[in-house]
Design a protein. Structure first.
Length: 161
């Protein structure tokens, strides 16, 4: 029973990643909307996005907003980078998603609205592709690790007989 549980725990990580990548895409789309239509200042826009998401993805936006709110002289890119460094280890995201977010940081808060939207839309598209990849990996990984867990349990039962 224990070995099959390990297989299910590993398989659950695939689902967690898919959910977090989807939430990341939602967060970026919300941020683009806040910047484009509401013309909301970046710290407030980031906080609003964070309130719409679940942790740990929400924490990326929340920590960035907090970093901008505490220190008036910190650039948005620096606050974004610090938030990623703090929150990324708590996520199930892969390095590919971290790279997408890292590429977005330098465009936040330092360029015009249209340029920021262009970078956000690029990041949204890249995250969408990663979400498709994550869904495929989830389907394969869940099956594989579930089967391996059950087969490992059967193997142990046979060995102990």
């Amino acid at each position: 029973m224990g070995v099959s549980s390990v297989g299910r725990l590993i398989a659950a990580n695939f689902t967690r990643r898919t959910r977090q990548v989807a939430a990341l895409g939602t967060g970026l789309r919300l941020l683009a909307t806040e910047i484009d239509y509401a013309a909301t200042p970046l710290p407030l826009a980031l906080e609003r996005v964070a309130r719409s998401l679940e942790p740990p993805v929400a924490d990326i936006f929340r920590c960035t907003a907090a970093g901008l709110g505490k220190k008036g002289d910190i650039l948005a890119a620096e606050a974004w980078s610090q938030a990623l460094a703090r929150v990324y280890p708590q996520t199930s995201l892969h390095d590919r998603e971290l790279s997408i977010l890292g590429d977005l940081g330098p465009a936040l808060g330092v360029s015009g609205r249209q340029d920021q939207l262009r970078h956000l839309n690029l990041a949204i598209e890249r995250v969408r592709m990663e979400e498709d990849t994550a869904r495929g990996e989830e389907a394969r990984g869940m099956r594989l690790w579930s089967y391996l867990g059950y087969l490992g349990g059967i193997l142990l039962a046979i060995l102990f007989l």
